[in-house]
Design a protein around this ligand. Structure first.
Ligand code: ARG
Length: 485
């Protein structure tokens, strides 16, 4: 028997199977089943408050809904086999099997429009909690890596040309700052998403006294939506999330790109662990940084989902349109992508080895201390422009002779300025160079040590948890991370 549609009454003709297939969303929106049941349980309580169902009926509805979820967890394939139009239809049909015609009362005053908007927010808020926890793990791994290599010197680049040496820990903490801002963006997105649309009906609000504040509280939302038209038809909270995810992936991709370059034989600064690299089917010498390349590559699809959602929204007249059903697959794919990239990047950082000698040798050899020659003269009261010019001539001379600045004879220095003396060599030393960047934000070891301490303190600051209802009996499990995903 074909499952019942929720809207058959006014239709004389049978549904065209081509359309049924085209219109159906269960294939992907079954992902929302826990949120859908959770919303329905709260709504059953609301209907009792409104006097639509009795206390006994409410209890039967809730028991039925809980069984649906239990059945689902025991046999996830059941929903896959169903040919219901969407997850809401699936749950309602399943409820009718459990409690008979009473199930038909549950939808009083409710529309799939406010229902799906509620499901999406509930679902996404739960996923965001997992993502925040994963991010904390990544941040801790980054802090640990920065601690391990605190004094290692890395050539710093601009234009991918050797520029000035920095501490590797300083470099890592740069990404730490970016990831902290990403976490901030995630939290802000969750704050805005934390609004309950249920009780908005199809678009105009509900005539039943469901007491929306109580509904929101039961579902763990902090507030209720102000306007029913807005509540059922906007998806800016999805866009907020996709934006967060896009910026996060952009940061990941840059870090991946750096590490891919640094792991090439030409650089040799870092080595991926064998456990997160792969070989070539043809070239036996190869060890490819696939994990990082995939992180970089997956960034594109997340951007795509953001663009797709913005485009889906832009031409829709108020209020609900079926276009909105297109909000799901891109969102689910983004969540899947982000939740696979965060632990992967973390694993790469935890297992990667670094070669301090190679980094140092490169920092030594590329005239990365040339700026210091100018600063040496500035310390002797030469105006910077003039000092810069003299330093340029010294670098050119050293290049002509094929020596590093530290090996250029003192006479050569003195020929360009008599202000140079033997102490220029220790001035040019990379440790001293780095050590002079003592203003906050600079790469001096003491500064970076302080920055690391501040960073660790910030990581520790966990989410101000939203006020949770004391009990959401039996439902927490489904909204937590499932290991098989
Ligand atoms: N599957 C639909 C969606 O995702 C559910 C809402 C259907 N509402 C409607 N008026 N047809 O948006």
């Amino acid at each position: 028997m074909r499952p019942k549609r929720l809207w058959g009454g006014r239709f004389a003709a049978e549904e065209d199977p081509l359309f049924a297939e085209f219109n159906a969303s269960l294939r992907f929106d079954r992902e929302l089943i826990e949120a859908d049941v959770q919303g329905s349980i709260a709504y059953a309580r609301a209907l009792e408050r409104a006097g639509v169902v009795t206390a006994r009926e409410k209890a039967r509805l809730i028991a039925g809904l809980k069984t649906i979820l239990k059945d689902h967890h025991n046999e996830p394939a059941r929903i896959v086999r169903s040919s219901a139009e969407d997850v809401h239809t699936y749950v309602e049909n399943a409820l009718a099997e459990k409690v008979g015609s009473l199930a038909l009362k549950l939808h009083t005053g409710r529309s799939r429009n406010d229902q799906v908007a509620t499901d999406m927010r509930l679902y996404l808020m739960a996923r965001c909690e997992e993502i925040e926890a994963q991010l904390a793990g990544l941040l801790r791994a980054l802090a640990a890596a920065a601690r391990r290599c605190h004094m290692v010197i890395l050539p710093g680049y601009t234009h991918l040309q050797g520029a000035q040496p920095v501490l590797l820990s300083h470099y890592l903490l740069a990404y730490g700052e970016m990831f902290l801002r990403d976490r901030e963006r995630l939290r802000k997105a969750v704050e805005r998403m934390d609004v309950c649309p249920l009780g908005s009906g199809a678009l105009a609000g509900t005539p039943y006294r469901v007491r929306r504040e109580a509904l929101a509280r039961e579902l763990g939302f902090s507030r209720i939506s102000e306007n029913s038209l807005d509540a059922v038809s906007d998806r800016d909270f999805v866009i907020d999330f996709l934006h967060f995810a896009s910026v996060l992936m952009m940061h990941f991709s840059r870090m991946a790109e750096d590490l891919i370059i640094y792991s090439s034989a030409e650089f040799g600064f870092v080595q991926m662990s064998d456990s997160v690299a792969s070989g070539s089917s043809l070239m036996p010498q190869k060890k490819n940084p696939d994990a990082l390349e995939l992180v970089r590559g997956k960034t594109g699809r997340v951007y795509g989902h953001l663009m797709a959602m913005l485009s889906t929204m832009k031409g829709q007249p108020l209020a609900y349109n079926k276009d909105l059903q297109e909000d799901k697959e891109g969102l689910f794919d983004t969540i899947q992508t982000v939740t696979s990239c965060i632990p992967m990047l973390r694993r790469v950082l935890e297992t990667m080895s670094v070669d301090p000698e190679r980094m140092r040798a490169q920092a030594e050899s590329g005239y990365l201390n040339a700026t210091e020659v100018a600063d040496y003269l500035v310390a002797r009261n030469i105006p910077f422009r003039e000092a810069h010019h003299a330093a340029g001539r010294i670098v050119r001379r050293a290049m002509e002779l094929g020596v590093l600045l530290k090996d250029l004879p003192i006479d050569e220095y003195r020929r360009i300025s008599p202000l140079f003396s033997e102490d220029v060599y220790s001035w040019l030393d990379l440790e001293n160079l780095v050590g002079r960047r003592i203003e906050r934000g600079g790469t001096a070891p003491r500064q970076v040590g302080e920055a690391l301490r501040r960073f660790v303190r910030k990581i520790g600051r966990t989410t101000p948890r939203r006020s949770r209802p004391a009990s959401r009996p039996g439902l927490q499990r489904g909204l937590r991370r499932r290991p098989d995903r």
